[in-house]
Design a protein around this ligand. Structure first.
Ligand SMILES: [Zn+2]
Length: 102
């Protein structure tokens, strides 16, 4: 991520998108770790929801990190309709599909 390509207030823009999505991936509905939530706290919360997700998190916790994606890949287009909260898995799928289509 090249920070120079993002607006100075990107951190707060991205945080607002993630908060609005309730820290859940808007593509695959995967719950993601919230800020200031330890991995142990998060895994406990996950275990109450789904044993499969808990086990997956123990194996690959990076999959439970929420990102804010620009759907058109233009980091200057910060319109709400262009931003989506995606888990790292969904973000990679979006990037891969976009590179195939473009
Ligand atoms: Zn996802």
């Amino acid at each position: 991520m090249n920070r120079k390509k993002y607006p100075p207030d990107w951190k707060s823009i991205a945080l607002a998108v993630k908060d609005k999505a309730d820290w859940t991936c808007q593509e695959c509905q995967r719950p993601c770790r919230r800020p200031n939530e330890s991995w142990d706290e998060f895994k406990y919360r996950l275990a109450k929801k789904s044993k499969a997700l808990y086990l997956e998190c123990c194996e690959k916790k990076i999959r439970f990190v929420l990102t804010t994606a620009h759907l058109d890949h233009d980091t200057t287009n910060n319109a709400a309709s262009n931003l989506k909260a995606l888990c790292s898995v969904s973000a990679i799928i979006l990037a891969t599909l976009s590179s195939i289509i473009l």
